[in-house]
Design a protein around this ligand. Sequence first.
Ligand code: DGI
Ligand code: FE
Ligand code: FE
Ligand code: FE
Length: 187
Amino acid sequence: MNLDILKQATKNELPTSRWEHTLRVLDTAIDLIQDRQIDLLSIQVAAVLHDFCKFWPDEELKKWISKYELPRELLHYHKEIWHAPVGAEVARIKWGITDEAILNAIRYHTTGRPEMTEIEKIIFVADYIEPGRKFPDVEEVRKTAETHLDGAVAQSLRNTISFLESRNQMVYPLTLQAYGYYKHCLG
Ligand code: DGI
Ligand code: FE
Ligand code: FE
Ligand code: FE
């Protein structure tokens, strides 16, 4: 697993602004490791690959969802959530990554899930707070993330769910389950 090769391949796959987002997620995720016992390369690989297929055509994402037997219910929700589970399959098939910790960090980076591992939470939060993000209330989440990773997960989920509800978009059940699990961590 050579990080430079993965970086170059991801860079080729994404428009410049999305590649720059990826680099900021990479830096932010490394910062969030703090003194946790987490393998640096695992975090780096997950961060680099997390949005690998963000710009794939919908039809291609749908093909992967059926070919690799991903949850069919994904297709009933907004296509914005497809690139995460498909991204995990791409990491597995195309890049030969077998480490489930990395694959799950990619797979759940958009929806979250209950009982996330540390690496999943770091990628999830880094994606939300990287310095290019301008979401309302993101500053509060950045502050929380300095001391309380689970609290930052809860705040990110809360903000995303209220954003989706304000636009009358359906929220994927796993996102709601994740929020149910983490909401006691809200400050
Ligand atoms: O790929 P990014 O833009 O870096 O970020 P992301 O993968 O975390 O989120 C992509 C989009 O998906 C974002 O606009 C919010 C949306 N989203 C997150 N969770 C859900 C969701 N959309 C729906 N419909 N349901 C969800 O549960
Ligand atoms: Fe994403
Ligand atoms: Fe992202
Ligand atoms: Fe907590």
